[in-house]
Design a protein around this ligand. Structure first.
Ligand code: OAD
Length: 255
């Protein structure tokens, strides 16, 4: 195993790499967007079984729509953090794909060109009846609230284009990209939901893999990952050095 990794590391130093980022709420925390499960996180104040469930949307539509309208409005002024910008900057030297659980648009605002939103996008709306039908998914102004009675193109209640807890996450394309990565970097996720439980195991075991997160990750660090124990922006400085300097940390561990 070590010989395979060393051979891979040698090649990673020489050529343009495909770096795949898998991001969670923590990457946007320094932009002022609250996470979900930390102190001050959204699920401390809002019951996710109401505010993040299809049944909640059916039974308390006004409350749930207002929750998303508030989050949509907050995005208008939000600016990308140094971490979002550092991820985008890596495109100068490498192929970069961002797989994100976040519904904000900060990777795009930072200039990342390929961003796949696994849990949907607050900048879009869709139909309550045909959530995943491309014909029903449309961009929608962040400052325009979605109200009870507003209709989607198929005549059903308009709703934000987000994935709720009891809904299917379409991740086949993202999984293929993760399996193909030359370098895989996870930032700011508590690994609590099915998406973030699954993705750390998708990249090949002979590629450098990192997790950037400021909380104590020792009990849940997936096998073979290097844990960078900092906030996202500082972690991206370390990661950028690591990529530029030929994956020295990874080589020390596995070389
Ligand atoms: P969580 O709130 O569960 O976890 C946030 C993670 O970010 C934690 O591990 C924090 O330690 C870390 N964090 C906090 N501040 C940070 C910073 N400045 N830099 C880096 N990391 C930081 O959020 P997610 O794991 O993203 O789903 O949550 C996953 C999904 O659960 C969300 O997409 C959402 C939620 O329910 C849906 O809405 C469907």
């Amino acid at each position: 195993m070590h010989a395979t990794i060393s051979k891979h590391l040698l090649s990673t130093k020489l050529v343009r790499q495909h770096i795949v980022f898998f991001t969670g709420a923590g990457v946007s925390a320094e932009s002022g967007i609250p996470t979900f499960r930390d102190a001050g996180g959204l699920w401390r104040d809002f019951d996710p079984y109401i505010y993040c469930s299809a049944s909640g949307l059916r039974e308390k539509p006004k409350e749930v729509l207002d929750f998303y309208n508030w989050r949509r409005r907050n995005l208008i002024a939000a600016k990308p953090s140094p971490a979002h910008l550092a991820i985008a900057r890596l495109e100068r030297w490498h192929d970069v794909t961002v797989l994100t659980q976040n519904v904000d648009n900060l990777h795009e605002k930072a200039g990342s060109s390929i961003v796949i939103h696994l849990h949907g996008e607050l900048t879009k709306v869709t139909s309550s009846r045909n959530r995943q039908d491309p014909a029903c998914i449309q961009s929608y102004p962040l400052d325009k609230p979605i109200n009870v009675g507003d209709m989607a193109v198929d005549g059903s209640q308009l709703r934000p284009f987000v994935v709720l807890f009891d809904e299917y996450v379409q991740w086949e394309e993202a999984e293929r990209i993760a399996r193909d990565a030359d370098v895989f970097v996870i930032i700011g996720t508590s690994l609590s939901v099915s998406t973030s439980i699954a993705f750390p195991s998708f990249p090949r075991m002979d590629v450098p893999r990192y997790i950037i997160d400021p909380v104590d990750y020792r009990d849940k660090l997936p096998w073979g990952y290097i844990w960078i124990n900092t906030k996202a922006s500082e972690g991206m400085e370390i990661l950028t050095d690591e990529v530029t300097n030929g994956f020295k940390m990874y080589e020390q561990l596995w070389g």
